[in-house]
Design a binder for this molecule. Sequence first.
Ligand SMILES: N[C@@H](CCC(=O)N[C@@H](CS)C(=O)NCC(=O)O)C(=O)O
Length: 401
Amino acid sequence: MRRIGKYAVVLGAALALLAALACGSSGVSQEEFDAVQKELDDTKAAMSGDMVSRDDFESVQNELDDLKAAGAGETMMMEGNRLEAVKQRGKVVCASNNSLAGFGFVDESGNTVGFDVDLCRAVAAAVLGNADAVEFRPTVAAERGPAMQSGDVDIMSRNTTWTTSRDAQWGNFAQTMFYDGQGFMVRKSLGLSGMLDLEDAAVCVQQGTTTELNLQDFINQNNLNISVATFPDNVSANEAYIGEQCDALTTDRSGLVSTRAGLANPDDHVILAGTISEEPLGPVVPHGDEQWYDVVKAVMAMLIYSEAYGITSSSVPTSVTGDTAVDRMFGLEGSFGQESMGLGQTVAQDVIRAVGNFGEIYDRHLTPLGLQREGSRNALWAAAPCNDCPKGGQVYAAPLR
Ligand SMILES: N[C@@H](CCC(=O)N[C@@H](CS)C(=O)NCC(=O)O)C(=O)O
C-alpha cells in the first residue's frame, strides 16, 4: 500500500510537469524537471513491477524523453536566465513582421527594418553592445502565441496589441510603443462617408488578430450585415482588397496608413474617420523571466527619456554634464538599477548611440509614412519630466532611477 501511494505521488508529479510543459507554462525549473526524473528513476529501480503498471511508468518516461529530445530542457534552463543565455548565444532572437512597411519590413537589401524592429536592435545594443546581433524570425499574426509560448524567441516586437488574455497566455507586454485603434480603408469611388455605411459591404481581415475579433464586435454592436473574408497573412489580405474581392480592408489604422502608402494609387483609397477599438502596440517577452522583462522595459525607458532630455545619437554624453538625471541615465553618476538587471553601467550610451532616441526612431520609420506624431497620442507626455513641459501625448516610461 505504502509503495502504491509513493508511485502515485511520483506519477502525479511527473504528469503535472508534463501538463505544464505541454501548455507552454514557464513555471517549471530545470531543478523540478531533474527532481521528477530522479524520482522516476529511483522508483522504477525499486518497484517489483506488479504493484503498479509498468506501462504507466514507461509512458511517462517516454514523454519525458521526447520532451528532452525536443529541447524542453534547454528552454527550461533558459528560464530565469535568459539574459545569460542571450549573452552566451551572442544574439537576440526577435519575432518580427516582414511585411508592414514602417513597422517591420524586409528592404531591397534584405535587411529587416522598422520602428518595431529597432526595439530589438536597441535590446541587442544594451545586452551585447551590438545592435546588429539580432536574429529576426518573421512571424505572421496567427503564429505569435505559439512563438511566445515556445520560449524560443527572446522578444516579439511586431505591431502586437497588448490585451489581458495575451498577457496571461503569451507573455509579458512591456511599454506600449505605439497607441493605435482599428479602422477601415475603402476605395474612394464607393463614396462611403463613415464606418456605419459599411452595411452590406465585404470586409477583408487577417486571421489571428484582435482586428478579426473587434470586427465581429462592431458588426454585432451595430447590427450590420457585413460579409467577412479572412486571410492568413497581410500580403494575401491586401491582395484580396486590391483585387476588389472586398470593399474594405480593416486593421490597425497605422497598418492601413502603411498599406495605403504602398498601393499603386494611394489617392484612390480613403481611411474612414474613427476607430472601433484600442490597440496599444508593444513588445512582448516570454513568461518566466523577470530580469529579462525588466531589461526590455529599461531599454524602452532609455529611448523615451533620452528624447525627453533632448539627447540624440550624436549627442550622447561620455563625461559628467552636471544634469544629474542625464548623468544617471548615461552611467556617469549614480545608478538606475543597471547592476541588478545585469547590464553595464554605461548601457544607455550604447543604446542611444546605436539606434537613437525614441523620436529619432519614430522619425526614421513612421514620419515618412505620414503618421503625424505632433498632437497625437504618440507624442511624448512631456518634453522633460516636468509638469510645465507638456507635449500632450501618452508616451512615457518608468523613471530611470
Ligand atoms: N494589432 C493587431 C493586428 C496585428 C497584425 O498582425 N496585423 C496584420 C495586418 S497590418 C499584420 O501585421 N500582418 C502581417 C503578417 O501577418 O504578415 C493584433 O495584435 O492582433
